[in-house]
Design a protein around this ligand. Structure first.
Ligand SMILES: Cc1cc2nc3c(=O)[nH]c(=O)nc-3n(C[C@H](O)[C@H](O)[C@H](O)COP(=O)(O)OP(=O)(O)OC[C@H]3O[C@@H](n4cnc5c(N)ncnc54)[C@H](O)[C@@H]3O)c2cc1C
Length: 337
């Protein structure tokens, strides 16, 4: 949501998940707030820390991806590769109960080693009634897709889930631009550090919204809408005849980000991503200037902006910490988080 008032602007447009090919985020999560504030010269930080949920249901045809709760692994479900090996024991002594980022990286590695599209989550050894009672949503959703989790293994893959970074705000949710507040996932409060714990987004969504309301209240004065904004100048623009120019570019952004700026990064992958994204940036800016404004083209521009920021911040971090892992800098060197 973006509230444009004469006195105060509030940005709370949610996550950035659609920068990637697969995400648990709704389709509105195109990083609009982050991109707008970036263009307005607000400070954006920590965008390299993108959290990938380790276990979304593998189904390339469906968006957003259905999230298979981690509680299922807590309940005893076990990850296996397509050869049936409980591979997590090779990565962490806690096996399938290792933290989210370690499990996501391990799955990513297995997929790369074997060239597979997914791994399995196996619940078949668990009590049938227990599964149905404790995980009715997962049970029903999978059943609708032809997977009976009490009898079949569940195909799972990691996918983009949460952005720890965003518009840098202070303790009152205010950005470095006077009277511009950012709330929820679009903001970066610093509270998640480099790696968010599960189920912690409420702090940014509720606590900061409350604080921002208290802080901005006295500054609101009369709630009048700004009416002096000039109308959009359509001169020289035409209706875009071919939507494919936008939809294809969106897919390309998502491919670039998923292939080169995903769970495991390297200098060469990031450089490749930047070069390819730059071509899309130039093309899209040209298209934007000559086409009639539309939601789709705005979202495409925002996806490109956000992709650029993630790559740039990942390139600037010469260490592996939290959700940012680079094979070129596998160690943590700063004490920042
Ligand atoms: C499947 C899933 C499960 C999750 N489970 C948990 C959990 O168990 N615990 C937990 O703490 N967190 C969880 N999260 C994370 C949490 O849901 C989000 O971080 C949180 O909802 C973000 O809130 P928000 O208000 O910032 O954004 P949102 O709730 O996404 O709201 C953003 C709003 O802005 C609107 N909007 C977007 N763009 C524009 C625009 N350009 N102009 C105007 N309006 C716009 C959208 O339509 C939407 O209404 C989960 C997330 C997902 C996707």
């Amino acid at each position: 949501m973006i509230t444009l008032l004469s006195k105060v602007t509030i940005v709370a447009t949610g996550g950035i998940g659609n920068v990637y090919l697969t995400t648990t985020n709704p389709e509105i999560a195109t990083g609009d707030g982050v991109a707008m504030v970036y263009r307005a010269k607000g400070t954006i930080e920590n965008m390299e820390f993108v959290q990938f949920h380790p276990t979304s249901l593998y189904d390339p045809e469906r968006k957003p991806s259905f999230l298979i709760t981690e509680a299922l692994r807590g309940y005893g479900a076990v990850l296996k590769n397509l050869s049936g090996e409980k591979f997590m024991n090779r990565y962490d002594s806690r096996g399938s109960l290792a933290p989210r980022d370690i499990v996501a990286r391990a799955i990513d590695n297995e997929l790369k080693i074997w060239g597979d599209d997914h791994v399995w989550l196996d619940c078949r050894h668990l009590s049938k009634q227990g599964l149905i009672d404790h995980f009715p949503n997962v049970y029903e959703h999978c059943l609708e897709r032809g997977i009976d989790i009490t009898k079949d293994m569940i195909p799972v893959v990691p996918c983009a889930h949460y952005s720890c970074g965003g518009i840098k705000v202070d303790i009152n949710g205010q950005s470095n631009i006077d009277r511009l507040y950012a709330l929820g996932e679009a903001s970066s409060t610093g509270l998640h550090g480099a790696n968010r714990l599960a189920s912690n987004s409420l702090i940014e969504a509720a606590v900061y919204a409350h604080r921002a309301a208290i802080h901005s209240g006295p500054r609101l004065g009369e709630l009048t809408f700004e009416e002096q904004i000039p109308l959009w100048d359509y001169k020289g623009t035409t209706h875009l005849e071919e939507m494919v120019l936008i939809t294809q570019s969106c897919k390309e952004v998502q491919m670039i980000m998923s292939n080169y700026v995903g769970i495991v990064r390297s200098d060469i992958r990031l450089e490749r991503a930047m070069i390819r994204l730059d071509i899309l940036y130039e093309e899209t800016e040209r298209l934007y200037k000559k086409s009639l404004i539309s939601k789709k083209i705005c979202e495409l521009r925002n996806l490109i902006n956000v992709g650029y920021i993630i790559i740039k911040m990942a390139q600037n971090r010469h260490e592996s910490v939290g959700l940012h892992y680079s094979i070129d800098y596998p160690r943590r060197t700063s004490s920042e988080f």
